[in-house]
Design a protein around this ligand. Structure first.
Ligand code: PMP
Length: 392
């Protein structure tokens, strides 16, 4: 047999998947590894999807998306994000994953370097690797509340740097980039003529302060903004996201949908219209639930002396487990085997967080309390579970 595509074989696999697979084989474990809302899709949104099927809206759509959804997105971007968009700036995609991937494909070539956060959600790096381009990492420093140092970012720019990928609120840390930091990064992008790909999928999950959309700063067409309904409306399985980009970039992103997916699901797009145009109470209620769970996790961490920071958004907390060693993958496996709590290893998000695990707040209050309690007990007892009564 001839060899497989080396580019595809070399592409790193997701480090979260391994622990997820193990967790599903561990009956009774507490799932704190999953990065998706534990709420059902709100009823009025689901009903819009069902109606679309019943009314026969089950065909291909334009690669840009159905007109009512594009109109809803334009309104939402104007009212919520402060972005003036026309339909020629928009592409609807099956999930923010595809929105991000097609944005990266539209601007990145094999000889390019792309600046990516460490820690960061791994998928953009997979696409950069698949293109054959070079990922270059800037750090999100735990001691700075998981924010970057802009002088480090600028020092990493080379003549080959094409783009920087940002994600705020962040997966895996829950950190929020303040507006002033965002402005500094935009100025760096201007000085060195870089594209900024801004992943704003967690825009609705901000507990303190406001989400600031980078495209508001854009004066010369370098910001590409990725949004979606997965996290805000508990719609991960519907696969629906969208990109706002300068018109010339947007035309390429739209063209790229054809060979990969042609278009997003017509049914999900109808549900997306209901999500964006309908009542927003569910979004607020889900945000409040995540905030409450974040507070529970923070309280337990403080009680055990393991508190490091308070995530300002998204639904994740990074926990320092360095007392158990340097290999977060092994530590995550031990936590699963010995405490029956599944977490994502820090190593799934880059090289810098090998002493951390990521806890997802997408589980019940009781599960968060019990799960974080077990992790803290395990860490502070140096990995000796014989003294942990709650795990029997
Ligand atoms: N960006 C980040 C940072 C994410 O965490 C995720 C989902 N885990 C996505 C994008 C993709 O979301 P979607 O379900 O819309 O593809």
């Amino acid at each position: 047999m001839k060899s497989l595509s080396q580019q595809a074989v070399r592409m790193p696999a997701s480090g979260i998947r391994e622990i997820m697979d193990l967790a599903w084989k561990t009956p009774g474990c507490i799932h704190l590894e999953v990065g998706q809302p534990d709420f059902p899709t709100p009823a009025h949104i689901a009903a819009a999807g069902i109606r679309a099927i019943e009314e026969g809206l089950t065909q291909y759509t334009s690669s840009r998306g159905i007109p009512p959804l594009r109109e809803a997105i334009c309104r939402k971007l104007r009212e919520k994000n402060g972005i003036e968009a026309s339909e020629e700036n928009l592409t609807v995609c099956p999930g923010a994953v595809m929105a991000l991937d097609s944005s990266i494909l539209a601007v990145v070539e094999p000889q390019d370097e792309v600046l990516l956060a460490d820690p960061g959600w791994p998928n953009p790096e997979m696409m950069v690797e698949l293109i054959g381009a070079t990922p270059v990492h800037f750090n999100l420093f735990p001691e700075r509340g998981f924010l970057p140092d802009t002088s480090q970012i600028e020092s990493l720019v080379s003549p080959r740097t094409k783009a920087i990928v940002l994600n705020s609120p962040s997966n895996p840390t829950g950190a929020i980039f303040p507006r002033s930091l965002t402005e500094e990064i935009y100025r760096i992008a201007q000085r060195h003529d870089l594209y900024i790909i801004s992943d704003e999928i967690y825009e609705d999950l901000v507990f303190e302060g406001e989400h600031f959309s980078l495209a508001r700063l854009d004066r010369d067409g370098r910001v590409i903004s990725v949004f979606g309904v997965s996290k805000s409306y508990a719609m991960t399985g519907w696969r629906l996201g969208y990109v706002f980009a300068p018109k010339a970039v947007s035309a390429v992103i739209t063209k790229l949908q054809e060979p990969f997916v042609s278009c997003a699901s017509s049914i999900s797009q109808a549900a997306g219209v209901a999500a964006l145009n309908g009542p927003q109470e569910d979004v607020i209620q889900m945000r409040e639930a995540y905030r409450r769970r974040r507070d529970i996790a923070v309280e337990v961490l403080q009680r055990y002396g393991l508190y490091e920071y308070t995530p300002g958004g998204a639904f994740y907390v990074m926990i320092h487990v360095g007392r158990l060693g340097n290999d977060s993958r092994e530590i995550a496996k031990r936590l699963l085997a010995e405490t029956k709590v599944a977490v994502a290893p820090g190593s799934a998000f880059g090289r810098s967080l090998c002493q951390y695990v990521r806890v997802s707040l997408a589980n019940s209050d009781d599960a968060i309390r019990e799960g974080v309690e077990r992790i803290c007990h395990f860490v502070t007892s140096g990995g000796n579970m014989s003294t942990t009564p709650s795990c029997s």
